[in-house]
Design a protein around this ligand. Structure first.
Ligand code: PMV
Length: 329
């Protein structure tokens, strides 16, 4: 198929972990949500003959050529996608433009990667199934993060709320991801506050591992409590019962604090959101930095009060998002 086409573009959403982070690494469930309104965009255009593949991150003011011999993770993903599509590498300019905070727990890397795969497929007039996109992106995520649980690429490629659980497979030490769609009876209004503190996922993940190794009985019990509240959260979402959901999120924050993955900045934003009327608030993602989320009631006054309180409490960015209702089919 010829690649001489007009530019093609595609996008992918940010994600949030609603509840269950960290315990998910130890086999308990987590719920993740796509944020349809906060997206990474990728445009693919024909390059000059002989120019190879150029990647351009417009909002980072960076441009680089994909080195076929030792490509960077995104370049490698572009080559793997072309290979997957059955197309030889040609002259392409791939432009990335993302509104998702980097290293903030919102899945920016997986969203850029997903948009890139979608845009390359669109460039040859092809739509890849979500499962294939997710698998390509997971390989790229491994280059960035080592051993990601797979929750980011899954929720972003499928672009719907998911229940995610790692289960021991039949082979020794092998885990199998169990993924189910999550029903949301009533739209959820979330306000997201970014601490502006960038923290690598592997650091708090390592801290929890050390604590678990030192005191497995206590930590297994903590993870069980998280698992139990995640199950209750799924029920509450399915019933549209936001009154029950808020306290569950608060309980999740308390358990994450006990695990040692909150931070003074996160705790300040969480408290400010609750004081302003959020029925629940917690950190989201690995912790020690990144973002927190607050559950706001439907009324504009509370929502605006939470936004203002988060800004006053030091959030560098505040995003408002609505998670639409979704039924199981
Ligand atoms: O900060 P994020 O969005 O990469 O989330 C990490 C979630 C953890 O449960 C802490 C780790 C994982 O791999 O699931």
């Amino acid at each position: 198929m010829s690649m001489s086409k007009p530019p093609s573009s595609a996008s992918a959403p940010a994600k949030l972990i609603l509840c269950g982070e960290h315990a998910v690494v130890y086999g308990r469930p987590a719920i993740a949500l796509p944020l349809a309104g906060v997206r990474a965009n990728v445009q693919v255009d024909q390059g000059r003959p002989g120019s190879g593949i150029t990647l351009r991150a417009t909002n980072l003011h960076q441009e680089w050529k994909v080195d076929g011999a030792s490509p960077d993770p995104l370049g490698e993903l572009a080559l793997a996608t072309l290979h997957h599509l059955g197309i030889p590498p040609s002259d392409l300019v791939i432009m990335i433009d993302s509104a998702i905070p980097i290293a903030g727990g919102m899945g920016s890397g997986a969203a850029v990667a997903t948009a890139l795969v979608r845009a390359l497929a669109a460039h040859i007039g092809c739509v890849l199934p979500a499962g294939e996109i997710s698998a390509l992106v997971y390989t790229c995520e491994q280059r960035y993060h080592g051993t990601p649980s797979g929750i980011d690429n899954t929720v972003i490629a499928h672009e719907r709320p998911i229940w995610f659980e790692r289960r021991m497979g039949s082979g020794q030490r092998r885990t199998v991801n169990h993924i189910e769609p999550v029903a949301i009876a009533n739209p959820l209004t979330l306000v997201i506050g970014d601490t502006g503190v960038r923290s690598e996922t592997r650091l708090p993940v390592g801290e929890v591992r050390q604590r678990w190794q030192a005191d497995p009985t206590t930590y297994e019990a903590l993870f069980d409590q998280v698992g139990s509240l995640v199950r209750q959260a799924r029920e509450a979402l399915a019933m549209g019962d936001h009154e029950s959901l808020g306290p569950l999120l608060n309980e999740n924050q308390r358990l994450l604090e006990t695990m040692g993955v909150s931070s003074p900045e996160l705790a300040r934003l969480v408290q400010a959101a609750r004081d302003a009327g959020a029925s629940g608030a917690k950190l989201s993602g690995a912790g020690w930095g990144g973002v927190m989320l607050a559950l706001a009631d439907d009324d504009d006054i509370t929502r605006r009060a939470i936004v203002g309180a988060l800004k006053r409490a030091g959030a560098v960015q505040v995003l408002e998002t609505q998670i639409e209702s979704s039924v199981l089919v």
